[in-house]
Design a protein around this ligand. Structure first.
Ligand SMILES: *Cc1c(COP(=O)(O)O)cnc(C)c1O
Length: 361
């Protein structure tokens, strides 16, 4: 019998990359692989995206360790540290391993100007256009830009970037405001530019510029609030599955699981599936969270345990021990599970734990 397994569908990944390229056909693709490629396996996803007929042009990660893991796995495409480097001691490592870095603060600027490097670095200069998380202020931008341009430690083709706070919300005025700020800062500059995450790739074509930076959408998950995911024509890459390990008859008014948190309203059958929060299934999934079993949706009932969940199979079910349930993936978008768990799909994907087997479809 199969225990919890995340089956990774590399054909779906290739398909999603083509969908993305079609939406922004004049832009290069920086595929975002941070947090173990959103739980899908860092090296596996990078290699797949380097081998398709349609390929990513570069990879984005959050930490230098992620970049070095990719290099040690033989990945040769450009890699960008999206949060920049954390210490000046990282700079020689970047130069030797041909890693590119975001610059978003003065400490990073000074470290680069003062460093003694064997190779110049390729820099992505990040400007804050309204999200107020990372980025140099609009008033500081010219100073950073010129200082970097004049440094022998820096390649002359600096890329200028910013990041949206609300691109997934079509009704927000903030995205237009950020677009205006970005344009006013960069329009006279010849450099390549980049703004768009997945939501902006879908909803804000004027943000596409020279590079797009898809994360979530590559993995087949809708980045939009309140949009029909079928319109995007993407396919889930992760199929999280496990087996039914018990089938129990329950009488009306009997309770199921920890805290006796769910009570049967009528006689029914309960299925126990071998997956829980120890695998990364969300403990806060509510009663009624959908689970796909034998071609139909059955509701989660009772609390999520560390290694198990319980579902209501109804009183005339045909399910058997050993049947495979899908917790999310083809036929059950992770977006649905996130909605029932008061979280977002990003968190569910990243939270898959080490004991979950990784399979390739
Ligand atoms: C994570 C990240 C992305 C990708 O965002 P998605 O919403 O997953 O597409 C793009 N750009 C930056 C700077 C990021 O940190």
């Amino acid at each position: 019998m199969k225990t919890a397994t995340a089956n990774i569908d590399l054909n779906a990944l290739a398909h999603n990359l083509s969908v993305i390229k079609y939406k922004a056909e004049n832009s290069k693709v920086l595929a975002v692989l941070k947090a173990n490629a959103y739980g899908h396996g860092l090296a596996r996803i990078a290699k797949a995206l380097s081998q398709y007929k349609v390929q990513a042009d570069a990879f984005g990660v959050a930490r230098i360790d992620e970049a070095l893991e990719l290099r040690s796995e033989g990945v040769s495409k450009p890699i960008v540290l999206l949060e920049g480097f954390f210490s000046e001691l990282d700079l020689p490592v970047l130069a030797v391993n041909n890693l590119q870095t975001v610059v978003h603060n003065r400490e990073q600027l000074n470290a680069i100007l003062d460093a003694e490097l064997t190779e110049p670095l390729k820099i992505w200069l990040k400007v804050d256009t309204g999200m107020h998380r990372l980025g140099v202020n609009a008033e500081e931008f010219d100073e950073f830009y010129h200082a970097l341009n004049q440094s022998e430690n820096v390649h002359k083709d600096i890329i200028i970037m910013s990041h949206f706070s609300c691109a997934d919300d079509l009704t927000s005025e903030r995205t237009n405001a950020q677009l205006r700020v970005f344009s006013s800062i960069t329009k006279s500059l010849p450099n390549e530019k980049t703004l768009a995450n997945s939501a902006a790739i879908c909803a804000w074509p004027e943000s596409h510029y020279d590079w797009i930076r898809p994360g979530l959408m590559l993995y087949g998950v809708s980045p939009m609030q309140n949009a029909d995911r079928d319109d995007l024509a993407i396919q889930p890459v992760m199929n999280l599955q496990s087996s039914v390990i018990a089938i129990r008859q329950i009488k009306k008014n009997e309770a199921v699981g920890y805290g006796a948190a769910w009570v049967a309203k009528e006689d029914t059958t309960i299925g126990v599936i071998a997956i829980g929060y120890g695998d990364g299934y969300p403990r806060h999934a509510q009663n009624g969270t959908p689970v796909l079993l034998n071609g139909r949706i059955v509701p989660l009932v009772g609390r999520v345990s560390m290694d198990m969940i319980t579902v209501d199979l109804g009183n005339s079910c045909q399910d058997k021990i050993g049947d495979i349930a899908t917790l999310w993936g083809q036929g059950l978008p992770v977006e649905e599970v996130a909605k029932h768990s008061t979280t977002i799909p990003y968190e569910l994907l990243c939270n898959i734990t080490r004991r979950v087997h990784m399979g390739i479809l």
